[in-house]
Design a protein around this ligand. Structure first.
Ligand code: SAH
Length: 332
């Protein structure tokens, strides 16, 4: 599929057929398994000033927190007790955990026989290498947009080439590599979304996470319009069709924008959900966007409701680690 064809599909108003095709593709390749990941937001300290993000360093009203190593391990153990097989450790861009500390955290989580995904932003090749050596399995680093001009505008102190390089470094180090974008950033074009999709394929990503942009009232983009759920789902469905073997989460931002966002995503190509296990007291301060509607895994009823929701659409929660089929294929 070329850029022109992708653009045409994204511009088509009747997406029902596309969603169905994406769902069919997911069922044929991955089956009815849905993988759950326990998300630990370990620190909201961030040295960057990404225009859209509520935890950017310019938000002076933010109450900062960083979980200690013990708190992180305690939370991971709790996640294991709740039945999770994968931990996702996410934070702002910071040096709160030096290399040795982070490697120690990784080793301890891995000793619990859990899969581990890191989402700690841009690090050096050497840092990624040491994390991998300590046992980290996967890494999530969204490119956010491949439109370089837009990227630079959104990330005044970021560097597009460096972020791309980080992704290729992760691939080289044999991480199961995830990337993704924000859909609906101000001045983002359909053409650039099509290029984003081609970039995912070019990188041969193992996971793709997409979310609509949601304006945060403590950021410079507070008066901008939010991204469109349908467009986000269309991009996601196309990604599923073009990259049948990868893992795709139904993201929290989708659910935040629309009450049935998660369910819609799960029947349009997605096969992963990431419930939140971050200690409740810290959670409200990990406010990358307002009013996040993630599944609260620490609430038994909510977690049960998610299991039910998954069963209702004919799927089931998998008991496996849920590595990307795309990754397994290469590493057989
Ligand atoms: N520092 C890490 C983690 C960032 S937070 C990193 O750079 O990878 C995880 C994701 O939240 C980001 O990649 C971004 O795509 C998303 N995000 C941030 N602000 C958002 C907003 N206002 N609306 C929707 N998603 C947002």
């Amino acid at each position: 599929m070329e850029q022109k064809e992708i653009i045409e599909i994204l511009k088509n108003d009747n997406a029902e057929e596309l969603y169905q095709k994406a769902h069919k593709t997911r069922v044929e390749t991955i089956g009815h398994n849905v993988y759950l990941r326990a998300l630990i937001e370990c620190s909201n300290v961030c040295s960057r000033n990404c225009l859209y993000c509520g935890i950017n360093r310019e938000n002076k009203e933010l109450k900062h927190f960083s979980l200690s190593k013990d708190e992180i391990i305690k939370t991971a153990k709790l996640a294991k007790e709740l039945g999770f097989k994968t931990i996702v450790l996410q934070s702002g861009e910071n040096q709160v955990y030096d290399l040795k500390t982070m490697c120690g955290i990784i080793e301890e989580i891995k000793s619990l026989n859990l899969a581990l995904t890191l989402s700690l932003g841009e690090k050096t090749f050497e840092e990624y290498k040491q994390y991998k050596k300590s046992g980290a399995d996967r890494y999530l680093l969204r490119i956010e947009t491949t439109d370089e001009i837009l990227f630079q505008k959104m990330h005044p102190d970021g560097n597009f080439k460096n972020r791309v390089e980080c992704l290729y470094n992760l691939k080289e180090l044999n991480y199961e590599t995830g990337t993704g974008i924000l859909v609906g950033l101000p001045n983002q074009t359909i053409e650039s979304l099509a290029k984003d999709i081609l970039f995912f394929r070019e990188l041969d990503a193992d996971m793709i996470g997409l979310g609509p942009f949601i304006p945060h009232n403590k950021t410079l983009l507070k008066n901008e319009k939010a991204g469109d759920l349908e467009l986000t789902l269309k991009v996601m469905a196309l990604v599923r069709i073009l990259m049948p073997n990868i893992n795709i989460p139904a993201t929290t931002a989708m659910e935040t924008l629309s009450k049935n966002g998660r369910k819609k995503a799960l029947i349009s190509g997605a096969n992963v959900v990431m419930p939140n296990v971050t200690p409740i007291l810290n959670r409200e301060n990990y406010s990358i966007y307002p009013d996040k509607k993630g599944v609260n895994a620490l609430n038994k009823e909510e977690l049960e409701k998610l299991y039910k929701e998954i069963e209702e659409i004919g799927d089931k929660v998998s008991g496996g680690f849920g590595a990307s089929k795309n990754f397994k294929k290469i590493n057989k």
